[in-house]
Design a protein around this ligand. Structure first.
Ligand code: AHR
Length: 484
């Protein structure tokens, strides 16, 4: 049994829509075949970008897309990806499988994708192997409005108007693949590089993000905050849910019961990580000006058989839906510090929204959670009084019209949870949706694309100020509570 009390006065700040952000890297089929097929492809596309993928993603209201990596970002030289596609450099993707990267998807194609999605830009710059000048000129190329060497080059390449860059990351995982740096050294480099990231567009000052800690590296956070806090708007945090040790990736399908729970427990660690990192940030930034940007999160499981292991292609089950719901609830609880999050990764990589194979497309259970939760975007988080069962996770937001949006996840395997919600306003109507699994690894694939799908939720009743709902095991439920 679970109990939730909503008091209309107990607001907890706005849930940034950017918490629902996405990440796509030049990795496996994340970009090529997943998003980009090129204008000549038989797969229906607009300016080279798959129509089916864009249409599906529009329904989850992608607010921001981080690109081009990840690890790839610290090897990426942006000038390789501009100009006529047939003259672009073919390079080796040393981060992911040493395959040929033809650079057909570059800066112009990224902004075309953002335009089609209606999403904001989050560019991750190359600090690991790039120069200050290169990073500075990329920003000039993208955002300078007027006559300058880079703005002129952009116009020559077919785009007169500058684009808007809302977020800019300076290095990725600089403690590891991004340069194996010590925090003191990175803090100094960060200070130097960010000096030359100019906000040319006064209406869109660039939000600068420092490369933050790996999971629970609290020392990294402390050194960065101590030495560079005044120069940053955000600092990143990466944490992946693992069912076992990092070196022992577990299967995405056909897993034992203990791995259902070990993966969920690993995802739940996000709460502790955010709490502890925020406590360190509070020492140097008590006003909470600086955002904790969880720009890589999600489940990391064993790559599917007969796929290139470096492509990180994994199936996505109802268990991933639990991971998504639980983690998004944690972000909403910490809405005062978590200003953006980006699930890894949007298409065909790790905990993806969509899987593609040639002309085929599958919407994953994770996709449906993002679709169900769109009403939380930019809503007001409610500080509820909760007594939740051990296998229930929940979050409540207030809509602009005054109603409440409740999301619940029962990650138990066998028992329903009877949930009572008290509201200090009279309830007029309730509409519900549900995503439910009938077995632990239920999923959608190219032969069976609709095994896990959204259905109306009717196990709910209400009277006056109270509603009661029965949340089945292995399910995510959303309730729109209307009070007008
Ligand atoms: O998302 C896959 C990889 O995980 C990213 O490239 C890297 O930043 C992280 O280690």
């Amino acid at each position: 049994m679970s109990y939730i009390a909503i008091n209309s006065q107990r607001e907890n700040g706005k849930i940034s829509k950017y918490i629902y952000g996405q990440f796509s890297e030049h990795l496996g089929h994340g970009i090529y075949d997943g998003l980009w097929v090129g204008p000549e492809s038989d797969i229906p596309n607009t300016n080279g970008i798959r129509n089916d993928v864009v249409n599906a993603l529009k329904a989850i209201k992608v607010p921001v897309l981080r690109w081009p990596g990840g690890c790839f970002a610290d090897t990426y030289h942006w000038t390789d990806g501009i100009g006529p596609t047939n003259t672009r450099k073919r390079i080796v993707n040393t981060s992911w499988g040493s395959v040929v990267e033809n650079n057909h998807f570059g800066t112009h194609e990224y902004f075309e994708l953002l335009k089609q999605l209606g999403a904001d830009a989050y560019i991750n710059g190359n600090l690991g192997s790039g120069t200050v000048q290169e990073m500075s000129e990329w920003v000039e190329y993208m955002t300078f409005d007027g006559t300058s060497p880079m703005a002129d080059l952009r116009a020559t390449n077919g785009h007169q108007e500058p684009w808007k860059v809302k977020f800019f990351g300076i290095g990725n995982e600089s403690w590891g693949g991004g340069g194996n740096m010590r925090p003191e050294y990175y803090a100094d480099l960060y200070r130097q590089y960010q000096t030359f990231i100019n906000s040319y567009d006064a209406d869109t000052p660039i939000y600068k993000i420092a490369s933050g800690p790996n999971v629970d590296d609290y020392h990294w956070m402390d050194v960065l905050m101590k030495n560079a806090a005044p120069y940053m708007d955000g600092i990143s945090l990466h944490h992946y849910a693992l069912a076992s040790a990092w070196e022992d990736k577990r299967p995405a399908l056909n897993f034992p019961e203990n791995e259902w729970f070990s993966l969920i427990k690993s995802a739940q660690k996000m709460d502790e990580l955010i709490t502890k990192h925020s406590t360190i940030m509070d020492k140097y930034d008590p006003q909470k000006r600086i955002g904790l940007i969880v720009d890589e999160w999600g489940s990391w499981l064993r790559a599917e058989e007969n796929t290139n292991p470096a492509f990180l292609y994994q199936q996505n089950t109802i268990r991933d839906a639990m991971i998504a719901a639980i983690t998004l609830h944690i972000f909403q609880k910490h809405a005062d510090r978590v200003q953006m999050a980006n699930i890894a990764q949007m298409v065909n990589v790790l905990q993806a929204m969509l899987l593609t194979d040639g002309t085929k497309l599958v919407k994953t259970p994770t996709y449906y959670v993002f679709k169900m939760f769109t009403k939380h975007q930019d809503a007001i988080a409610m500080n509820t009084f909760d007594e939740l069962s051990d296998t229930t996770s929940a979050s409540v937001s207030k809509n602009a019209e005054g109603g409440y949006f409740i999301s619940l996840c029962n990650f138990g395997l066998s028992a329903s949870d009877d949930v009572t919600v008290d509201v200090d306003t009279v309830i007029k109507s309730v509409n519900g949706s549900m995503l439910r699994g009938s077995r632990m690894d239920e999923h959608n694939d190219f032969e069976h694309p609709n095994e896990v799908k959204l259905v109306d939720f009717s196990a709910v009743s209400f009277r006056s100020h109270q509603l009661k709902a029965q949340i089945p095991p292995m399910s995510v439920v959303t309730l729109q509570v209307n009070t007008n």
